[in-house]
Design a protein around this ligand. Structure first.
Ligand SMILES: [Zn+2]
Ligand SMILES: [Zn+2]
Length: 134
């Protein structure tokens, strides 16, 4: 059986319920609260782009450093939770992407699963945001 890891804390998921959620129950509550907070600062379109970038792996996430986010036109932006190299007025959706990854970084890189950020799109769906394919 493939071991699964919590997308928030990176520790193994030992119950069937937690594996279905991709998070420990307590971690899921923390991530949901965090995403609800992030959602206050961005439009639905920005959140949809962020969710899409995460679910399609278009972020090279560097915890505590400068992450690389691939924009909708293919340009790579250097982004942190508080700043971005893109020309848009901040807060831009690239920053939202990093902020969500800060909450849900997934397991340590050596056990990175094939599917990036499982569960994140579902959390956005709870906010009634469409995950668009770009
Ligand atoms: Zn956890
Ligand atoms: Zn940006």
């Amino acid at each position: 059986m493939i071991k699964e890891f919590c997308q928030h804390c990176g520790r193994p998921l030992l119950t069937k319920a937690s594996r279905a959620d991709h998070y420990h129950a307590r971690c899921l509550l923390r991530v949901e609260a965090g995403i609800a907070e992030i959602a206050k600062h961005y439009s639905a379109a920005q959140l949809a782009k962020a969710a899409n970038a995460i679910s399609t792996g278009r972020i090279d996430y560097r915890p505590g450093g400068v992450s690389l986010v691939k924009g909708t036109a293919g340009t790579i932006y250097r982004t942190t939770s508080t700043g971005c190299s893109c020309a848009a007025h901040i807060p831009c959706w690239h920053m939202a992407t990093v902020q969500v990854k800060d909450l849900s970084p997934g397991p340590p890189v050596e056990v990175e699963p094939e599917r990036p950020g499982p569960g994140v799109a579902k959390l956005f769906a709870a906010l009634d945001v469409d995950v668009i394919d770009v």
